[in-house]
Unconditional design. Structure first.
Length: 250
């Protein structure tokens, strides 16, 4: 899969949820480079559905939105697949261990810790399957991917905040409106990003999770790190895979 030449990089970033569409945060993150001058911007988007999310309409809307925006990278904060049977992490994928993710994705069909994450995990994996189905989008390191495929990657906003040297936004259930504003200010001061219409916890997490994707799409590959092992197919589903985060030096 080819990097874009240095210039303008667009990533569509999703802070995923499975209980209600209103809990899904979406942001369009753009990295512009012109010689030594770089800039970042992000605009919040609203998913135009209500009720409990379903894979097919959400996947269709994400494809259409990415196409309309010219996004070269799609970042989703949710597991892309299950654990491989021979990895050195007994209860999770190597990527989750490396980024210290609270959710542990074990062996299919229900090896998830904590158990309350099972519905979210299966929904996220099904969404990745739907988005990768036609070959237009491919995972980092995906074997047999088309050279012209755009990148779809797992993200983890908390790890992104840490890699950027910033205090992460606290959990949604504990964050007040003031906490969200303060975190947005931290992100703007730390990265210079310009935020447009970003007001909710979910939207701000989507922004944080999409910064590495925008840098990757702009050809700034030295600013991006991939935690984990290459994805592979086993028993009809993806195993292992990478989580994209900013490189610590970024």
């Amino acid at each position: 899969m080819r990097l874009s030449p240095p210039g303008r990089g667009v990533a569509l970033s999703v802070d995923l949820a499975c209980a209600d569409y209103r809990d899904i945060g979406v942001a369009l993150v753009v990295a512009d480079t012109d010689g030594s001058i770089e800039s970042l911007s992000a605009r919040a988007l609203t998913v135009p559905f209500g009720g409990r999310p379903a894979v097919d309409p959400l996947a269709r809307w994400l494809r259409e939105t990415a196409d309309a925006a010219g996004a070269q990278c799609l970042c989703i904060d949710g597991p892309l697949g299950w654990k491989g049977p021979d990895t050195d992490s007994p209860h999770c994928r190597r990527s989750e261990r490396l980024v210290r993710a609270p959710g542990k994705t074990g062996l299919p069909p229900d090896g998830v810790k904590p158990r309350s994450y099972l519905g979210f995990t299966t929904f996220s994996i099904a969404l990745f399957e739907a988005l990768c189905a036609d070959g237009d989008w491919a995972l980092p390191g995906q074997p047999g991917a088309r050279p012209d495929a755009r990148l779809i990657t797992e993200s983890f906003p908390t790890a992104a905040w840490r890699a950027l040297g910033l205090t992460p936004l606290m959990a949604k259930g504990r964050a007040s409106a003031a906490d969200i504003r303060d975190a947005g200010d931290r992100l703007q001061r730390g990265t210079g990003i310009v935020l447009e219409g970003v007001g909710t916890h979910d939207q701000l997490q989507a922004v944080a999770g999409g910064i590495a994707g925008a840098w990757w799409a702009a050809g700034r590959d030295t600013r991006v790190a991939f935690a984990g092992d290459p994805p592979f197919r086993l028993d009809g589903c993806w195993r292992e895979g990478y989580i994209m985060i900013p490189a610590p030096s970024a």
